[in-house]
Design a protein around this ligand. Sequence first.
Ligand SMILES: [Zn+2]
Length: 501
Amino acid sequence: MSEDQELGITEQKEYNPGEWYAEVVEKAELASYGPDGMGGFIVTRPRGYSLWESVQDNLDAWFKETGVDNAYFPLFIPESYLEREKDIVEGFDPEVAWVTQGGHDELEERLAVRPTSESIIAPYMAQWVRSHRDLPLRLNQWCSVVRWEATDTKPFFRTKEFLWQEGHTAHETEDEAWEETLTRLDQYQRLYEEVFAMPVMRGAKPDHDKFPGADTTTTVEALMPDGKSVQGGTSHYLGQSFAEAFDLTFSDVDENDRVAHTTSWGLSWRALGALIMTHSDDQGLVLPPTVAPEQVVIVPIWQEETKEDVLQYSAEIAAELEEAGVRVHLDDRDERNPGFKYNEWELKGVPLRLEIGPNEVEDEEITAVHRPDGEQETTARETLVEDVEDHLDEVFAKLYAAAEETLEENVREADSPEEIMGTIGQHGGYVRTPWCGDEACEEAIKEKVHAEIVAVPLDEGDAEGEHRENAHRAEPIHEEGDECTVCGDPAVETAYFAQSY
Ligand SMILES: [Zn+2]
């Protein structure tokens, strides 16, 4: 095998999406698998970690603008803390990793490696909140959590330990907590749309798939080119169950003791999996300029007699772009030819390539090539910075448009269980259909085609009056009198079925 072939992607996205994805992650130097015997763990390499940093930079700034403070809580949670909220225990029990020994001594109480941190954050919030003047309280932590699921490792999509952020807030009223829940969902949607160039679908999770103990779980779902849905981030209105379990109470203006309303919300590095899967192609990684470690690579093309001029001109262009705030890399390696460099930077997902040869030097021009589709344009050196910025915007717009087309073309209707299964089997994507609300009807579909209800419509209006179960569920969007497509009982929901990661 030649060096070029080893460097390049050999699997095809369309026919072997799983193998293709693994190859892109490895060859674009995003991540490696963990040590033997540690299935489910990955090592995030600098190019992969820089993508996570772009998630952090954006979300962290938006969180802080909207009243959130960062904090940090222990990695371990005492078993007795975890047991205080029964739904959390039941929901996470099969996936918790336990520490039973410290040094040579057996622990008196075993410690859970956090699968999520409600159980250790809520008791401290309860200590810190005394009166309504202490509310709202909004905390976030950037950390990793561990969920011991026996699965094949798929970097960023399926790992036992994953990086994420988890936000935890407490409020006086249901309305405020619900508004908080939607504010965070908005920010997740914004991350996908404005930073990742990916449209998403907003919705709520069906009851049987809510976060353990939550009143309502909201989600942004992203549709992958292979037809599967990715849960891109979730924001939960927890009602008062956690506040009751952990005595998170406050005295109101009339000095009456009241129970707070809480939320939690999290986005993990699965977002990176969705980003890589959505835009990349058979040449390798494709990244929007918003997150690319290098937005522009300059590849000089020279013969011995033109080398000095070409390199000089290329260096000036690099300096001018850097000065303007563009992340630019000049690839002036002697030992590699231009063709090799093109392939390597395409593999690594640099959005824009500038080719600089003797013609460009002579005519005072630049030639720019877009990563996603190879579109090429030669323009005057004079307008370098604005042209490059326009090119980067165009690359972003192309990626967004392609992802939007995938989503728009892949929401279908179905009138029978056979049609739900047939449609998903043939096309993937979402099937929207009336549903009675019974999990058994989802199971019937799941058994046959591994598709589940990934979302139901979300009612974004204010909560009305007192707390009630499912106060935030939208009215079904199908017609009155419709029947559940699976069992024929009256429909109470509109379900979006899809296969999911
Ligand atoms: Zn049914």
